[in-house]
Design a protein around this ligand. Structure first.
Ligand SMILES: NC(=O)c1ccc[n+]([C@@H]2O[C@H](COP(=O)([O-])OP(=O)(O)OC[C@H]3O[C@@H](n4cnc5c(N)ncnc54)[C@H](OP(=O)(O)O)[C@@H]3O)[C@@H](O)[C@H]2O)c1
Length: 245
């Protein structure tokens, strides 16, 4: 008997931070797997390009900033208006600014905390009622980081935001499992994306050769969703073979 992998056809997945990197790769893989995707991000031209590439029947772009609870509610409302339901939210938008505790400005630190943690909470608060109402349950797949499991030098504030996401996922699993919502924290190690370019990494950084790719992480997101609904993955940590755990 083949394993009863869950068919994602007809499911609707909203992804924050879908204009680049892991979010854009996840959008592509999820459409391949039959899902409809709703893409959130600030850069309209990237959203337009991606929707064209994925096909307007499969994808909707919503220009939004995750630091705004209203924008997160609009993302969800537009998803339901366009596709009739919401099955999954992927709070993925995030920024990383390297530095010791005093190295970044107050404004930069605030931007990182608001984007990475507040943005995750706003997206989930917007999505949960819609998932329960339109799909009778669903999935929350938070893109955190291995920095959220063990920290790392030169990125304490970033690591704190990522720990907060892992803590939130664990607590929400206790709250939402009985309502039919699965909650997963995906924790990738360094991934070769635009993330942090200009703040510690450079384009074609030689370190990228050993790193995970956006597609590696997108595949983890897709796999979690394809597991039968009798199974839930609460935590998925992943490294490239060349990366020290
Ligand atoms: N790359 C890594 O090494 C790595 C490792 C572990 C975990 N992660 C996590 O993976 C997630 C995705 O990162 P990535 O590597 O794919 O980075 P990326 O290529 O830089 O993409 C980040 C995405 O977040 C969006 N974003 C940033 N601020 C936003 C805001 N205020 N509102 C809405 N969207 C916003 C960006 O879109 P706009 O600029 O268009 O808004 C972009 O689509 C992050 O949470 C990051 O912490 C990354």
């Amino acid at each position: 008997m083949p394993y009863p992998t869950r068919d994602l056809s007809g499911t609707v997945v909203a992804i924050t931070g879908a204009t680049a990197g892991i979010g854009a790769a996840a959008a592509g893989q999820l459409v391949e797997a039959g899902a409809k995707v709703v893409l959130g991000g600030r850069r309209q031209e990237r959203l337009t390009e991606l929707v064209e590439r994925l096909g307007p029947d499969n994808a909707l772009g919503v220009q939004m900033d995750v630091r705004s609870a209203d924008d997160c509610r609009r993302l969800v409302a537009e998803a339901v208006a366009a596709f009739g339901r919401l099955d999954t939210i992927v709070p993925n938008a995030g920024i990383g600014l390297y530095g010791d505790i005093l190295d970044n400005s107050d404004a930069e630190v605030e931007r990182m905390m608001h984007t990475n943690y507040d943005g995750t909470v706003w997206a989930i608060r917007a999505a949960v009622p819609a998932m329960l109402e339109t799909a009778g349950g669903g999935d929350i797949v938070i893109v955190s980081s291995v920095a959220g499991l063990r920290g790392g030098g030169d990125e304490a504030v970033y690591a704190g935001t990522k720990f907060a996401q892992v803590g939130l996922a664990g607590a929400l699993d206790r709250e939402l499992r009985e309502k039919g919502i699965r909650v997963t924290a995906i924790c990738p190690a360094g991934t070769a994306t635009e993330f942090a370019i200009g703040t510690g990494r450079v384009e074609n950084d030689p370190r990228f050769a050993d790193w995970l790719t956006a597609d590696d992480v997108a595949h983890a997101i897709t796999t979690v969703l394809q597991q039968p609904r009798s199974v839930r993955t609460t935590l998925w940590a992943m490294w490239g073979m060349g990366q020290q755990a």
